[in-house]
Design a binder for this molecule. Structure first.
Ligand code: GCV
Length: 690
């Protein structure tokens, strides 16, 4: 296997390797490219053309001659007059679409091949950049370009990565090394910043938050002169790739930086301080999109301290950023994290809805509420949050997590795109039609652009960016799905594997199978039927069935000698009723509740018969044995790729599989033994349970 030429840099180029590909007649389109209607000196256009040359040179061994047609002043770069007719002998025509010609919407594009000529048409500069990356993707997949006819427009206005990077260089819930944005309280801007921007823009990401939502110590100072210069440098690089730059804010910065005695959002002094601060931020940091705020959550300050609402806090900040076109993304992860485990009435799952639904419609137009996909916290299986689509007059954004906090720490394989697709396809019944989560977050329901999808990112400064090379499937996949929601989890892998590994069919099929089964496999050997948790406290990797059972975090499974699960029906905490009908009734009844979520919604006896005809306890035993067998099969499948993927990657992933198998066996034996001991019911198949 050839090694990645960019490894000299100390980091991989992932799916932008641009190593030599089979030509399939594609080289002919890159003799001569003509650009019409775009300013070749525009920063994003420059990035797009540079990427085109780079990719074509690497993959097809061709040097593309690029000619600017119809420069704004009618002259080419070197001053010679260029005529529109010069486009006729170009094998690749790059042009700006007029109006919404051929259905090309903002940031969208079309790629067509006709009679030996390729035309790339884009609505705007970002659309052109995405078009170029799409074209390069087709070449990397070794697709012949003849007959290509593609129209692509993004489904979501905001497509965002949220980094939980701290300024000391650590990453909260990071499993891929240290931060490449910060070290020792300094902002790092270097070649890797640009490669990061290239990578994420290549899959359509157009907004990035660089610092952790838990804003403490030095990070509070990111909005001061101490860091403006460096932040601006980074924001400029992002701008080259059409990415808006965002920061997480400390809600109490007016006290910590401004010396005020309060952060009451209705206090005129507080309001004035933030107005001045935002003016400064937008003047000093070009390309600043706005701020992400975690308030009144897990010990972070917020408006509740002053008897004010979440809307009061969000609106105060939103008013301060409005003059500069900024937005405030306000998180809904607000719950009581000092709960008494004896208290069965308080239900953490209810908290998001209870805290936010009452103010629906009170948020200003440049506020977006960012809502985690489930009501708890990124578990392997949760119902969709009832706030999504529960809110009907408020801008909403979906938050998912590709950092594998509860899903295997990028040691265990867990391809999360199938889970995200389930969330996006979920019918909220918020209105008679177009009621899925995908509809809600696309901005179509509210009719504006303040909507979208964000993922807590899984990157770090490891050479392969994501700890395990297989975890890059989530980094790639999230962006692609955010851009084009209709893509299937499998289609995304059909694109990604040939770009990052090899276009060899056997390699594609093997990796695809490993990844497509990985979420269910992980689910089978960890917590059963939607109950979640059972992880080692704080660390969140490895099994500890009762680890969070007697804690303050509101994360209980309530297992006793008769059964397990939390009663969230109308007889219990009433959480099920937070959904629109018919979802509320469906979840409320044990008979109609989808079985994969049974223990999330109901306390169920061990001898309850599931639709498969098995008892609940037998299901727990069987699924845990199956989960380990499936993980073993995936590890064995990976072993067949020796010599077919790069040696370094092969060994690294092989070693992670060994750790996954150890983890899976621990989970199996601890969960099975726990429930055998609680219930006293033996496994029908007489397997080893301890
Ligand atoms: C950034 C969970 C995680 C925390 C995280 C929090 C959040 O509780 O364990 O590390 O904090 O979610 O989303 O704010």
């Amino acid at each position: 296997m050839k090694s990645d030429p960019k490894e000299q840099k100390g980091w991989s180029q992932l799916w932008l390797k641009y190593d030599r590909k089979r030509d399939n007649g594609n080289g002919n389109y890159f003799e001569r490219a003509a650009v019409q209607g775009f300013d070749c000196e525009d920063r994003v256009v420059r990035s797009a053309l540079k990427e085109l040359s780079h990719g074509v040179r690497g993959m097809l061994g061709r040097t593309v001659e690029i000619i600017a047609l119809k420069e704004p002043d009618g002259f080419g770069k070197s001053g010679e007059r260029v005529e529109p007719s010069a486009s006729s002998d170009a094998s690749l025509l790059i042009k700006k679409a007029e109006g919404t010609e051929r259905g090309i919407r903002p940031e969208g594009y079309a790629i067509r091949e006709e009679k030996g000529r390729l035309t790339l048409e884009a609505a705007d500069e970002k659309g052109l950049l995405y078009a170029v990356f799409h074209l390069l993707r087709l070449i990397a997949m070794e697709r012949g370009l003849a007959g290509t006819d593609i129209l692509c427009c993004p489904d979501n206005p905001l497509r965002m990565y949220d980094h939980w990077d701290n300024m000391d260089g650590s990453i909260e819930r990071g499993y891929s090394g240290r931060s490449f944005f910060f070290e020792s309280d300094q902002v790092i801007v270097d070649e890797r910043t640009r490669d990061y921007a290239r990578l994420v823009s290549s899959v359509g990401i157009n907004a990035v938050v660089i610092n952790n939502v838990n804003v403490k110590q030095a990070a509070t100072w990111l909005i001061t002169d101490r860091y403006f210069e460096k932040a601006a440098q980074m924001a400029e690089i992002f701008a080259d790739y059409g990415i808006r730059f965002f920061l997480s804010l400390n809600y109490a910065a007016c006290m910590e930086l401004g010396g005020l005695s309060s952060a009451d959002p209705l206090d005129p002094e507080v309001i004035a301080w933030w107005q001045g601060k935002m003016k400064e931020c937008f003047e000093k940091i070009p390309n600043l999109g706005g701020f992400l705020v975690k308030a009144d959550s897990e010990g972070r300050p917020g408006p509740f301290t002053y008897g004010r609402t979440q809307a009061d806090g969000a609106n105060m900040l939103a008013d301060a950023v409005r003059p500069y076109g900024g937005i405030i993304i306000w998180r809904c992860f607000v719950y009581n994290c000092t709960q008494d485990w004896r208290d069965r009435k308080t239900d953490r799952a209810r908290a998001g809805y209870d805290n936010f639904i009452g103010m629906d419609g009170d948020y200003h137009e440049n506020v977006i509420l960012q809502i985690k996909n489930g009501p708890m916290d990124f578990q392997i299986r949760e119902p969709v949050s009832p706030l999504l689509g529960g809110l009907s007059k408020t801008n909403q954004m979906l938050e998912v997590q590709i950092a594998q906090e509860y899903t295997g720490h990028q040691i265990d394989v867990c391809y999360l795109i199938p889970m995200f697709k389930e969330v996006l396809d979920f019918h909220t019944y918020c209105r008679p039609e177009a009621d899925t989560v995908a509809d809600v977050i696309s901005g179509r329901v509210m009719g504006n652009q303040n909507a979208g999808i964000a993922a807590v990112c899984n990157t770090g400064n490891d050479e392969n960016w994501t700890g395990s090379d297989l975890a890059a499937a989530n980094l790639y996949g999230f962006g692609r799905l955010a851009f084009q929601t209709s893509l299937s989890a499998e289609e995304i892998l059909e694109e990604w594997i040939p770009q990052q590994f090899s276009a060899d069919r056997e390699v594609i099929d093997t990796i695809k199978k490993i990844l497509l089964t990985s979420r269910e496999t992980y689910e089978k050997y960890t917590s059963p039927l939607g109950i979640g948790w059972m992880v080692t406290p704080h660390e969140h990797y490895g099994c500890s069935v009762d680890g969070y059972e007697y804690s303050r975090w509101g994360t209980y499974h309530r297992a006793d000698h008769l059964g397990i699960g939390v009663d969230r029906s109308d007889q219990g905490t009433g959480y099920a009723l937070q959904y629109h009908e018919p979802n509320a009734s469906m979840y409320n009844s044990m008979e109609t509740c989808p079985e994969e979520l049974l223990l999330f919604f109901h306390h169920v006896p061990y001898n309850y018969i599931l639709r498969t005809g098995k008892t609940l306890i037998q299901h727990i035993y069987d699924s845990h044995f199956e989960g380990v067998e499936e993980a073993e099969a995936s590890a064995a499948a990976w072993d067949t790729l020796e010599g077919k993927v790069e040696e370094k990657t092969f060994r690294l992933v092989q070693e992670r599989f060994q750790r996954q198998l150890y983890n899976a066996r621990e989970w199996r034996d601890q969960v099975n033994s726990y429930f055998y001991r609680k219930s006293g019911i033996p496994d029908e198949k007489g397997r080893d349970i301890y």
